[in-house]
Design a binder for this molecule. Sequence first.
Ligand code: R5P
Length: 314
Amino acid sequence: MGGLINILAGNSNRALAEAVAAYLGEPLTKCHVRRFADMEVFVEILENVRGRDTFILQSTSFPTNDHLMELLIMTDALRRASARRITAVIPYFGYARQDRKPGPRTPISAKLVANLITRAGVDRVLTVDLHAGQIQGFFDIPTDNLFSATYMVRDIKERHDLRNIMVVSPDVGGVVRARALAKRIDAPLAIVDKRRERAGESEVMNIIGDVTGKTCILVDDIVDSGGTLCNAADALLQAGAKEVSAYITHGVLSGGAVARISSSRLKELVVTDSILATEAVRVARNIRVVSIAPLIGEAMARIAKEESVSSLFD
Ligand code: R5P
């Protein structure tokens, strides 16, 4: 990039920031993002950024609130240091699942977080596989939502016999996402329809589509506790699927998720590095991480050069 931009990394995913910086041939801008004794976040940018096009790379992953505060405070530091433009690169946008009121007297936290990021002084946002595309509209600043599907499709083509694949959405809410991927590899689509007929009764998993003898590929945006994924895998195998793998963008993998997935009948879970893999993820027998650093790097380069980002997906 010839020194055109400054890239700053929060503490959420330093490895991804370094990979993106390497892709762009730019060093990370020196800065301290640390804590006072009482855990307040303190930021100090150690290089001049006056008039510069700056990018903060920070996923708002676990610990979500700390990483969000780092992003806000880094933005404030850049703004007060007279950066010309601040782009928040948020590969995993936490709070995205709270994008509507599920009941009376509940918040829409995704909108609140979008407001906080905007009010802190961010000029534009770059993110990946938002839980719902409409969340872009929560920001009144330009927001690019990248799709990891290109990377997933490439991996699926390299490792699976496309003639026997059935793409599966693990719930009704994920059908649009799964259908888009199925279309790209010209595969049929099945849906796991979870239903609780009466309160207190356990959920029944109905499979819409014939998965007998098929290699099923579950597609989702988030794997958190792993419950949705492992239950869907069991239901598919029960319905006669030959084997089940999963391609899921954001490996949140909270609590006992890794243990649950490792001991499940899932052949493989593939996640991206939008969230830094823990040691448990790295050594898990059936979890693999695919890097989307080139995707993010390329989008940043295009933003810096005022080129089309959407044409990345043509
Ligand atoms: C929900 O709408 C998301 O797309 C995921 O299916 C969900 O977050 C997965 O959560 P868990 O792994 O805890 O079942």
